[in-house]
Design a protein around this ligand. Structure first.
Ligand code: ASP
Length: 437
């Protein structure tokens, strides 16, 4: 019998009611042996996530504002779950210990990680499974880099001794013993690392949607569900904004070729989206999905004989690197070159950067286009099919959208267009209609 690893996200473990649902899921499938859990998430739209409240405690402490009221909200939620599930894991004592650590100046990572820690304790008791702390298996260097090989070995050797276990997501330990968290949403990574180390047949990632949709439902009405998608396609879509799974969670699963199945805790009968190594290509499956993000800036440089000038790209990239910024794209022409930067990395430094580029590279002309959106149309089937880009550009032209930039990834499974922010929704709808409907 194969081993399955199931990770349950914040909304799937938000309260006692949800935890009862996950018990049915877990006990209904004998192959699920290891369970990774998030901290309790939102129970309703304007509820707070426990992790957000924990971060809020730390900010209050830093600003010397009383944090006790927020901490009490956290305590109340955990104590209610413990009581409603009828387990006794001394949550009160655990919370007292956390409060003590906070008073003694605990780090932000320690505080943020406690939501997963406490939730895993309660859920382990409720399922009758062992609690195995992530700190003993997931290791980071003291500078915060994941020690992949050590982690893999430690997970394998630790879990070997447990028939069933619940593991808190989101964090591990540095070599010096301090807690280190992944970036937000990082329990997905924990799940993938566990799946890889125990050589799972599948990594089930349970959330509150039945998988990935082909486009954002806030823009396209009732978009189709993605049944199967390859790791690479998904990576392109996630990078461009489709968020269900943490983008870093794909790597461990891909390395071990473990399929990831996105499932819905509230609709366990749905099959969800299967993410595998092999893309699904067929006549009626040219694109897998459309995703995009707003708020990019393009800096376009024009210079005669630029094509013959050695080291131009290197110098341009060097200036941007000196500003500690990452580049999204570098579309080039004969005498033109542009860089596309995310406004978040520009972080108010656009004017300084432009001045530096002008001083060092002396372009004949430099234009800045702000408020650009990038839209990626992703599909492994595109490479083998003529006319995909023609269809895409025609759809945008028919919708009255002016395309400001085009970039096709070298994988040929992705066409990225740059449009003005105001044309973002119209463009996504037009592309979806052309390819899917
Ligand atoms: N609880 C953490 C967060 O809210 C990690 C996770 O849920 O994956 O980001």
């Amino acid at each position: 019998m194969g081993i399955k690893v199931a990770k349950f996200g914040g909304t799937s473990v938000a309260d006692a009611l949800q935890i009862k649902k996950i018990k049915d899921i877990i006990h209904g499938d004998k192959e699920i042996r290891y369970v990774v859990v998030s901290a309790p998430g939102k129970r309703y739209d304007d509820d707070s996530k426990i992790t957000d409240l924990l971060y809020l405690c730390k900010t209050h402490i830093e600003h010397k504002i009383p944090y006790e009221q927020i901490f009490q909200v956290i305590c109340d939620r955990f104590m209610a779950v413990e009581q409603e599930l009828g387990v006794d894991v001394d949550i009160k004592g655990e919370l007292e210990e956390i409060r003590k650590q906070i008073e003694d100046g605990a780090t932000v990572d320690y505080i943020a990680s406690r939501g997963e820690y406490l939730n895993a304790k309660i859920i382990a008791a409720y399922l009758g499974y062992d609690f195995v702390d992530a700190g003993v298996m997931i290791k980071f260097t003291n500078r915060g880099k994941l020690r992949e090989y050590l982690t893999n070995d430690l997970i394998a050797s630790t879990l070997e001794k447990h028939e069933h276990a619940v593991i808190p997501g989101f964090y591990g330990e540095r070599i010096d013993g301090g807690i280190k968290t992944f970036s937000r949403g990082g329990s997905d990574i924990t799940g993938a690392l566990v799946a890889k180390a125990v050589n799972a047949t599948v990594y089930e990632n349970w959330t509150d949607v039945s998988g990935f949709l082909m486009a954002d439902p806030r823009i396209v009405k009732n978009p189709k569900q993605i049944e199967t998608i390859s790791y690479m396609e998904l990576r392109e879509l996630s990078y461009m904004g489709a968020s269900v799974l943490h983008e870093e969670a794909i790597f461990p699963a891909e390395a071990a070729r473990i399929p990831i199945n996105i499932r819905n805790t509230n609709r366990p009968e749905d099959r969800g989206t299967m993410i595998t190594a092999k893309p699904s290509i067929s006549d009626d499956h040219i694109i897998s999905g459309i995703a995009g993000r707003k708020n990019f800036t393009v800096i376009a440089l024009y210079k005669n004989h630029l094509a013959n000038e050695k080291g131009f790209i290197r110098r341009l990239a060097g200036i941007i690197e000196d500003y500690d910024m990452t580049i999204e794209h570098i579309p080039t022409g004969i005498d033109t070159m542009s860089v596309v930067l995310d406004n978040r990395v520009l972080n108010g430094k656009l004017e300084d950067l432009v001045e530096e580029i002008e001083n060092q590279l002396r372009p004949d002309r430099l234009d800045v286009v702000e408020d650009m959106a990038l839209i990626a149309t992703v599909g492994a089937g595109m490479a083998e099919r003529k006319g995909t880009s023609a269809k895409l550009f025609a759809a945008l032209a028919d919708a009255g959208v002016n395309i400001r930039m085009i970039d096709q990834g070298s994988s040929e499974m992705n066409i990225i267009v740059g449009v003005e922010n105001k044309d973002f929704d119209t463009s996504i709808k037009a592309i979806y209609e052309a390819f899917v409907e």
